[in-house]
Ligand binder design. Structure first.
Ligand code: HPA
Length: 209
């Protein structure tokens, strides 16, 4: 279970998970269910997710950030499989909360940070995608690819949390650049986008919903 840090940031009460459990670690898409239930029990009403992602768009180079407008659950599983209550039929039409997204976009503008919107496609990992898979994701309408976040959005909506997510672009998708994709490269690029992310999130907490 990731570490939970509770405190005050920019005058707002926050509960932050340092890291997450990924589907590829256990084969369980509901690995984050208990942590999110803890947030709900603590009284959280909004869930802001962040991730590292590969970009499928030339205008989103490594080091940039992207606000998720929507997602594609391409990993082919769902964290609510096995749930027996009627609540399992979760509508996902506005899973990425329009009001929170507008607030995050306004925060980015106020901070002078470019924050394009795009569709995030969830691959299971842990291997990176092939160039053919990246081309397929593009055809499907994806702007970025990654190995997380979608299960948490589904679980978050199941729990009645209002959700939004921002990707930090760490690399171009496989086959889209000469740069070799590696976990080390991903980790090396993450801090550049993370600094932008911090500005947006601090501003959002100060001014936001
Ligand atoms: N693919 C999947 N997950 C990722 C990537 C990628 O290219 N970069 C960072 N996380």
């Amino acid at each position: 279970m990731p570490q939970l840090v509770i405190g005050t940031l920019e005058g707002r009460r926050v509960a932050v998970f340092a890291g997450r459990a990924h589907y590829y670690e256990s084969g369980r898409a509901d690995a984050m269910r208990l942590p999110l239930e803890v947030l709900k029990a603590l009284g959280c009403t909004k869930l802001l997710l962040t991730n590292a992602a590969g970009s499928l768009r030339d205008d989103m180079q490594p080091g940039s950030v992207m606000l998720l407008s929507d997602h594609i659950a391409f990993a082919g599983t769902n964290p609510l499989i096995g749930e027996t209550t009627e609540a399992r039929f979760v509508p996902m039409t506005t899973a990425h909360d329009p009001e929170i997204r507008a607030g995050l976009a306004a925060s980015a503008r106020a901070e002078g940070v470019d924050l394009p919107e795009g569709v995030y496609c969830w691959f299971s990992g842990p291997s990176f995608e092939t160039p053919a898979e990246i081309r397929a994701a593009r055809v499907l309408g994806a702007d970025a690819v990654g190995m997380s976040t979608v299960p948490e959005i589904i679980l978050g909506r199941f729990l009645g949390l209002r959700c939004a997510a921002i990707s930090v672009v760490t690399n171009m998708g496989a086959g889209l650049s000469d740069e070799a994709i590696s976990h080390d490269h991903t980790k090396a690029m993450a801090p550049i986008g993370a600094a932008k992310l911090e500005k947006i999130l601090r501003r959002f907490l100060r001014d936001g919903l």
